[in-house]
Design a protein around this ligand. Structure first.
Ligand code: NZQ
Ligand code: ZN
Length: 381
């Protein structure tokens, strides 16, 4: 195990009816800007619950943070926040609303263009406090300090690091209205977050391995049941907590991390608009295939502990583990090949070009360069 420092300050408030807690959690003298996506919260009652809870607070609303939040939209929110002298932000939505609001919280206190903050690549510490009401289990943004911001003009999408939310409210009932495709993408995203922190070198930490495998096993168990009944509170509660636990730092203590699949996936979203979790379902099996030599020992462990694969030669067991992974994504209703989404060689070459241009060296061994990304995407064709 490597040395590490761990601190996660987010207060988690979980359960039915917990949105009402907003009134107590946010000091009454705050000037709050509430941020929303495209309107799902008006249809499922979340908006009414939030407004009722904050009826004695000062609030201003910003609507329209889209999936894969765009700097073009966020600039408008930053301008409104400055004009209204906002000193508290409440993001109500999925990862996109929360991520976008993290940039808003930095942008309100910054004099230049907020895109500079994204490009700078340094964590921003000067931010307006922010809290969240999560409506979509997937990204873990409700309990981490990451965000991913897009620029439509240039079809770019980059990670950005700023503040942890002060608190996040997770009411599983709000997930009942999610479109099935978003549920599938959320399950895939959660699964791949775990894999990015687990599928590296074995023997680094027994406790991290078991926690990671525990989340993977939970997802494998609940996914078909959720497919049958998305209104089962207990199932959705487990899904929601799995997604949070998959990317809040708890499974990453003292171990190496990969993230190559995510970096490749972000390019596919930036170029084609494909939903984030869906890009990962396409890229991960191919990443495992191309890197199966270096990840072989961990693939054997994963195959045995998550999929119960105990017989066959080393190569057969590795292949079977990768097949199970791809089949799992397909069982969610996602395609797992680029051609199924009409994505071809021109995109592959563009991703290679972009990686080469920025001198990319992703993965736990720093060897996922443009050329390797190209091999991965050609395997995913
Ligand atoms: O905009 P509205 O109308 O609210 O609809 C949303 C949106 O269309 C809808 N939705 C959300 N909750 C709903 C609902 N519809 C019905 N009922 C509900 N309860 O779902 C659609 C997708 O929402 P979005 O927020 O885009 O999804 P997700 O949470 O998957 O976020 C994706 C973004 O997060 C980034 C991704 O790259 C992508 O930009 N990520 C952020 C990470 C982080 N901060 O740590 C890590 C991840 O790896 C990821 O990259
Ligand atoms: Zn992700």
């Amino acid at each position: 195990m490597e040395n590490f420092i761990f601190q996660n300050p987010v207060k988690l408030i979980m359960g039915k009816g917990m949105i009402a807690r907003l009134a107590k959690e946010i000091p009454s003298d705050k000037r709050i800007m509430i941020t929303f996506g495209g309107g799902s919260v008006k249809k499922n009652g979340v908006y009414d619950q939030v407004k009722e809870a904050l009826k004695n607070h000062f609030t201003v609303e910003f609507w329209g943070i889209e999936p894969n939040p765009a700097i073009e939209t966020l600039r408008k929110a930053i301008a409104l926040g400055k004009e209204e002298k906002v000193d508290y932000l409440l993001a109500v939505g999925g990862g996109s609303v929360i991520d976008g609001t993290k940039l808003i919280s930095a942008g309100i206190l910054y004099d230049g263009d907020a895109w500079d903050l994204v490009l700078a690549g340094r964590p921003v510490t000067h931010t307006v406090p922010l809290a969240t009401v999560l409506t979509l289990p997937a990204t873990g943004s409700e309990m981490n300090n990451g965000a991913v911001i897009s620029r439509r003009e240039t079809k770019e999408k980059y990670p950005f690091y700023a503040n942890y939310p002060i608190f996040s409210i997770l009411d599983p009932e709000v997930t009942f209205t999610l479109p099935p495709h978003q549920v599938a993408c959320g399950l895939a995203d959660t699964f791949v977050h775990v894999m990015e922190q687990y599928m590296t070198t074995p023997g680094q930490s027994r406790i991290m391995d078991r926690w990671a495998e525990g989340i993977l096993q939970t997802l494998v168990e609940i996914a078909p049941k959720i497919h049958e009944n998305q209104h089962d509170y207990q199932l959705m509660a487990d899904f929601m907590l799995s997604a949070t636990m998959a990317l809040n730092g708890f499974i990453a203590m003292g171990v190496s991390q990969d993230w190559a699949t995510h970096m490749i996936g972000h390019e596919i979203t930036a170029l084609h608009g494909l939903t984030h979790g869906h890009t990962l379902a396409i890229v991960l099996p191919a990443t495992l295939q191309v890197l199966h030599e270096e990840k072989g020992d961990k693939l054997l462990q994963y195959g045995e502990r998550v999929w119960g694969i105990t017989s066959g030669t080393r190569e057969e067991r590795i292949d079977e583990a990768i097949c199970h992974t791809e089949e799992f994504f397909r069982s969610l209703g996602l395609t797992t090949r680029l051609h199924e989404e009409n994505i071809g060689q021109d995109t592959i070459l563009e991703v290679e070009r972009r990686f080469n241009e920025r001198g990319a060296k992703y993965g736990e061994n720093g060897n996922v360069t443009g050329a390797v990304a190209r091999r991965i995407l050609e395997t995913a064709l």
